[in-house]
Design a protein around this ligand. Structure first.
Ligand SMILES: Nc1ncnc2c1ncn2[C@@H]1O[C@H](COP(=O)(O)OP(=O)(O)O)[C@@H](O)[C@H]1O
Ligand SMILES: O=P(O)(O)OC[C@H]1O[C@](O)(COP(=O)(O)O)[C@@H](O)[C@@H]1O
Ligand SMILES: [Mg+2]
Length: 462
């Protein structure tokens, strides 16, 4: 569903090359009674709002920033461009009239509490907003429980805590009940923090709010520990998760080198994308083989995993194997009912690839090398990598995302998300984000680098 309208007033044909500016929906497109106000930051002693402070409609962030000047590789025109995030001169809400709602949905990710904290503190301190509410336990919280009132004192140390103090859940998405609640509770700014599923829900909420012509702005802040949301550079919390994954890999390495024919096996999160496994492998250098959902693999025969591990054990006496949770799901035997299983949000429920691999490895060794010592130590740090507080870099990132979201919504934008594109904060239409996947590109340098670091097979059957 298309949610954008042309509103920038920028004549893109005059720019050095035609660009496709991703226009944002704005409250004025469907609500006629909105008044503008000078940005209250003008009166804030900490900011110098003279020339250059406010971001204008013509400030954009390009999605593609590398070019081949020789022309050998054609640059795909038009170039996609997004409005740059930041405070605008004019705001479309009077702070005293703002009633903001904040909700967290889906699985945990380091930094959720930081985003909530910074939304509260940013609204309060930057814009003087005093009515800020937390919706508890995900989307269902809109119609299931009373909102909780938030203020800077209450959220003061939340950035030091893992998880989400507001609680989260899967499922419970009932569009009419949610929008009715937004209307009845008189919220006019809705901040939705969640992953790909949450963003698909947020698009529906935005479209319904627009259909009802409500003076309510909706903004998303993408959260995904798996890093499976496209367009943005990376999700907040991803770097923290990779750091935590390192600890599991190091432990697996110690276990493997301390055994005769030891295998350290680590399963990492990554339902449909192997980014955590990939980044953890590249930064660890202890990994002999990295298995991700984007690459099919097989166990037996020439070019298979067992042949490779046999060689590694002969050469080094140990091996470390990292597997993303979504890898190998096609080759794990399962019953028909297991094939149908879905979680409350409709995501497929996976079988434990780590448990299965451990068992297959033990069977293989007993068959091929009966009587010889062999150990598989399986580590599953699944919830440990996402249930921690964000590291310093991610905390800073969360703060800037939250403030970007506030500036955008105060400027009257709606149906958008705040995200990082090529190191710059930008506003991206919600429906673009909701449909943008981010698989590991197995044809690019990064995956080649993994192959060269591990020397693992390509698992192409000859
Ligand atoms: N296509 C969809 N339309 C509306 N709501 C959705 C959709 N997919 C997921 N949701 C809702 O979004 C929330 C989070 O989704 P989920 O897939 O569990 O996590 P994430 O957003 O982290 O990917 C849940 O409340 C779920 O019901
Ligand atoms: O056990 P839970 O809470 O359903 O979470 C497990 C899933 O959460 C994830 O971290 C991804 O969650 P999201 O889709 O919410 O980002 C997956 O890696 C994992 O399969
Ligand atoms: Mg998801």
């Amino acid at each position: 569903m298309a949610i954008s309208n042309s509103n920038s007033g920028v004549d893109t044909s005059k720019l050095f090359n035609p660009i496709n500016l991703k226009e944002l929906p704005h409250l004025t497109h469907y609500v006629s009674t909105i008044q503008t106000h000078q940005n209250p930051l003008d009166h804030d002693p900490y900011f110098h709002t003279d020339q250059g402070f406010y971001v204008s409609q013509s400030d954009v962030v390009l999605r593609q920033i590398t070019y081949d000047l020789s022309g050998t590789f054609a640059t795909p025109f038009p170039l996609s461009a997004y409005h740059r995030a930041g405070p605008r001169n004019q705001v479309f809400f009077h702070p005293s009239e703002v009633r903001a709602a904040i909700v967290t949905c889906g699985g945990l990710c380091p930094g959720l509490n930081t985003v909530i904290r910074e939304l509260v503190v940013g609204l309060w301190d930057l814009y003087g907003v005093r009515q800020i509410f937390g919706i508890t336990a995900g989307y269902r919280g809109f119609y299931w429980r009373e909102p909780v009132e938030l203020n800077p004192k209450l959220v003061d140390d939340w950035h030091k805590r893992g998880g989400t103090v507001l609680e989260t859940s899967r499922g419970g998405f009932d569009l009419n009940k949610i929008v009715d609640a937004i209307e009845n509770l008189r919220f006019n700014q809705v901040y939705i923090i969640g992953g790909d599923g949450t963003m698909r829900g947020a698009v529906k909420i935005f479209v319904e709010i627009r259909r009802r012509k409500l003076n309510v702005a909706v903004v998303g802040i993408p959260k995904t520990v798996d890093n499976d949301v496209g367009i943005i550079d990376r999700s907040f919390g991803f770097q923290t998760a990779v750091e935590m994954a390192q600890q599991a890999i190091s432990a697996a390495h110690v276990e493997a080198v301390s055994a005769v024919n030891g295998i350290g096996l680590v399963k990492l999160m990554g339902r449909s994308t192997g980014h955590i496994a990939l980044y953890a492998t590249l930064s660890s250098r202890d990994v002999d083989c990295c298995l991700i959902p984007e690459i099919d693999f097989f166990l037996e025969g020439k070019g298979g995993l067992f042949e490779f591990l046999d060689k590694r054990l002969k050469a080094n006496g140990h091996a470390v194997l990292v597997v993303a949770e979504g890898a190998g799901q096609d080759i794990i035997p399962r019953t028909d009912s297991q094939k149908q299983e879905k979680d409350e949000s409709g995501n497929p429920v996976f079988l434990d690839v780590g448990v299965w691999l451990k068992s297959e490895l033990n069977k293989w060794w007993a068959r091929e090398h009966p009587g010889e010592l062999f150990t598989v130590k399986y580590i599953d740090p699944t919830y440990m990598i996402r249930a921690v507080a964000a590291n310093a870099t991610d905390n800073l990132y969360c703060t800037l995302l939250a403030h970007s979201a506030i500036h955008g919504i105060m400027a009257g934008y709606t149906g958008f998300v705040a995200g990082l594109i090529n190191g710059n904060y930008a506003y991206i239409p919600l429906d673009d984000i909701a449909s943008a996947k981010n698989p590991v590109n197995t044809k690019d340098h990064k995956w080649s680098w993994v192959r060269s670091v591990t020397n693992q097979p390509d698992f192409e059957k000859s």
